[in-house]
Design a protein around this ligand. Sequence first.
Ligand code: BJW
Length: 246
Amino acid sequence: MLNSLNELASRLRAAHAVTVLTGAGVSAASGIPTFRGAGGLWKHFSATDLATAEAFTRDPLTVWEWYAWRREQVAACSPNPAHDVLARWTRTHDRWRVVTQNVDDLHLRAGTLNLVRLHGSLFDLRCWNGCETPSRAWRDERVPFPDMPPRCPRCGGLARPGVVWFGEALDPADVASAEALTACDVFIAAGTSAMVYPAAGFLHQARAHGAFTAELNTESTQATRLVDVAVRGPIEQTLLELDTLL
Ligand code: BJW
């Protein structure tokens, strides 16, 4: 592991452009459950019952109760050292870019610059009737909501969580930004199971661009066999160690 970390540090020191793709593992040390694996959200809740447009159509109140519970959980959490190190790197030099699948806003709360958010935010809402253009989400950080389910302030219809559910298209502008960032010298997949597309495809694209690739994760994933180095361990510790080597 020391050798992998040293190898990664040496590649990072020489790099002009570094892209870090983050997933739920980055927020685990903040107390936010991941989706898959031990203790993951999908162990207790079914993705298709809760994180799809079909589920919302069937039972909006149940879906909203799940999201309201997660908003409360996240609101009580703070960024951890992994968020802090990444944020500091982006503030120190423009060559660092973070693309996240996380919807908890902890990268933003840590002060990360130029963040690309692929799957939206738990604290953004959109009109379910589509009375505004699809990309026009509004911010609502109230925890708990005064009324359930929350409503669109414009048409009074149902609001929906401003996240990307399975089967829904990501914002094309976010995908384009993330794809452009795969043309980098070093690409790091951090705390993600690398199972969900299109995000999981960015590692393949970075490799095709000739990037040096690394995985930082507590476990092996589908990315492990693809990367140049895999560093095992909690990301909040790995990034602190890496920081001392740069
Ligand atoms: C640690 C750690 C520590 C723990 N330190 N590590 C077959 C092939 C290709 C694609 C598809 C396919 N079948 C279906 C699809 C499409 C589908 C998909 O990819 N499905 C796969 C499951 C196969 N994708 C979609 O539907 C996407 N949309 C799409 O494709 O649209 C096409 C379209 C085009 C045009 C019109 C219409 C449609 C949308 C995907 C949206 C994903 N949404 C979610 C929910 C967000 C809302 C919410 O939060 O409720 O996003 S799903 C969930 O997974 C969430 C996450 O962002 C995402 C990724 O999860 P992540 O971050 O990797 O977390 P985990 O839990 O999986 O992994 C955590 C990792 O951390 C683990 O590896 C741990 O070991 C590690 N870890 N502690 C370091 N301390």
